[in-house]
Design a protein around this ligand. Structure first.
Ligand code: TYD
Ligand code: MG
Length: 461
């Protein structure tokens, strides 16, 4: 009988949707001209786009009631901020994607992780397709001494990498970066969507079958997604993004997906001469250099994962010289700022149309939490009226379209964080105070003031 012809499949470069035919528009994410051809990944299971690690062992159905929870062993990396984002350590056999802009510090962080893990006696393989052994050594010299358990492999051929992993059976493998890896099966240039998908599939099967944890470095393109794109996120167990202001030395490691732990946790680091250092008190760090008693500067509190962090919101409002007022926002959503300006104009009757407004979340952190709204409004009002906002006060709350101040989650943690950093007063949504409900306006030594709308905010400041 003639051997069945190996069929190719087409998949969407944006979302990973697969189809036996080429399509002009993806039925899943509605992107146009995003389909590309690829051979089916080995062990590919139809209808399970990259989700499962191929057929390696056959599992039998089991009663849920008889299944034991957890059971995954975690290896603690020893870098507290990284462990927090990973959900308490590395799970054996997990595939982790570490994304971020080039030069942000992905290689440095992972090499530091290797340094700790290898010192604890774990066998580690660091595969680099970007740097030579000499270059890696130079970086390592800045980071201090390394144990003999760390191996370096400079290779871009994924089959050679795969053989090395199978022979060596390390506990953890780093692939730096996925864009440089090349698998002859995919028959496309390295870095193309087809190659990245194929390479990630191979690594996924290796991780699951050999129980090695694999960290994949992925560079982010200008559009802000991991190059070779979103589909990578579906395939891996955990996605971490490294972000930060290129100029400032802070770096935030954000967990956006985690099959083994909480998401949205962030880890805070500072890039120094000898590598990344953990920042144990992010609030204190974020408020460094905050001006005292200057109009337009307001401290607010956001929640990142489970952790409250105080940040300074700055606003600069000045009369416009053009017909169209200029608005910019750094560190928060531009449309949200425009919306808040419109609410102020309509509800407080202040003519914002004649003013330029520049909003900045100091410290290079990106925050899209609605609890920031009240801080932004207070900063805009403070700059507009040229009156400093009390520097001992923290203010947070969501602002609705009719100017009402809405409740936010975890108010108590936010107030406690402010108290810890030496603030004395807190302005927060009235409804939150009613829930906290001790009837006084004093919470753990902090004076708390509830506001129900932005008029009331105007009254108290
Ligand atoms: P790198 O880890 O190479 O970034 P990525 O892998 O994400 O592309 O980080 C490189 C930058 O970090 C580079 O600009 C130099 C700087 N750096 C330090 O400031 N201190 C250090 O100890 C190291 C190793 C790098
Ligand atoms: Mg690098």
């Amino acid at each position: 009988m003639a051997k069945a012809k190996k069929k190719t499949v087409f998949f969407c470069k944006e979302c990973g949707y697969e189809s036996p035919k080429w399509l002009g528009q993806c039925p899943m994410c509605h992107e146009w001209d995003s389909f590309t051809e690829a051979p089916p990944a080995a062990g590919y299971i139809p209808g399970n786009a990259g989700g499962a690690p191929g057929i390696i062992t056959r599992n039998m159905p089991a009663r849920l009631n008889e299944v034991k929870a957890g059971g995954e062993e975690r290896t603690v990396t020893g870098i507290g901020e990284l462990d927090r984002v990973l959900g308490g350590g590395i799970i054996a056999g997990s595939l982790v994607l570490a994304g971020g802009d080039p030069g942000i510090g992905k290689s440095t962080l992972l090499l530091q992780m290797c340094q700790k893990l290898s010192a604890d006696g774990h066998k580690i393989l660091y595969v680099s397709g970007e740097e030579s052994q000499g270059q890696i050594k130079m970086r390592a010299e800045r980071l201090g001494s390394f144990s003999n358990n760390l191996y370096i492999l400079c290779e871009t051929d994924l089959h050679a990498v795969s053989d090395a992993i199978t022979d060596m059976k390390p506990a953890v493998v780093i692939i730096d970066s996925i864009q440089t890896m090349y698998s002859s099966e995919a028959g496309q240039t390295p870095g193309s969507a087809g190659q990245i998908r194929e390479s990630t599939g191979i690594l996924m099967r290796l991780a699951k079958s050999l129980k090695v944890s694999i960290f994949i470095v992925g560079h982010v393109t200008k559009e802000g997604i991991v190059a070779g794109p979103r589909m990578l996120e579906h395939m891996v167990d955990t996605v971490l993004y490294f972000e930060g202001d290129g100029v400032a030395s802070y770096r935030f490691l954000r967990g956006v997906k985690n099959r083994f732990g909480p998401t949205n946790e962030i880890g805070v680091f500072e890039m120094q001469q000898d590598g990344l250092k953990e920042v144990l008190n992010p609030s204190g760090y974020m408020l460094q250099g905050k001006p005292e008693n200057e109009p337009g500067s307001v401290v607010t509190c956001c929640i990142e994962g489970t952790r409250p962090i105080l940040v300074e919101v700055q606003a600069l409002v000045c009369q416009t010289n053009f017909n169209m007022p200029r608005r910019t926002s750094a560190g928060t959503d531009y449309n949200r700022v425009n919306l808040l300006m419109a609410v102020i104009e309509k509800r407080l009757g202040i003519r914002m149309g004649g003013y330029d407004a520049y909003i900045n979340v100091a410290g290079g952190m990106k925050i899209n939490e609605p609890a920031l709204d009240l801080g932004i409004v207070a900063a805009i009002l403070s700059s507009y009226r040229n009156q400093a906002f009390d520097s001992r006060t923290v203010c947070f709350g969501e602002v609705g379209l009719v100017g009402e101040v809405r409740a936010v989650n975890l108010p108590e943690q936010r107030v406690m964080e402010a108290a810890k950093l030496g603030f004395e007063r807190c302005i927060l949504p009235k409804t939150n105070i009613q829930k906290l409900g001790n009837g006084t306006n004093n919470l753990n030594g902090m004076q708390v003031m509830g506001v129900g709308s932005i008029y009331e905010l105007l009254e108290v400041i």
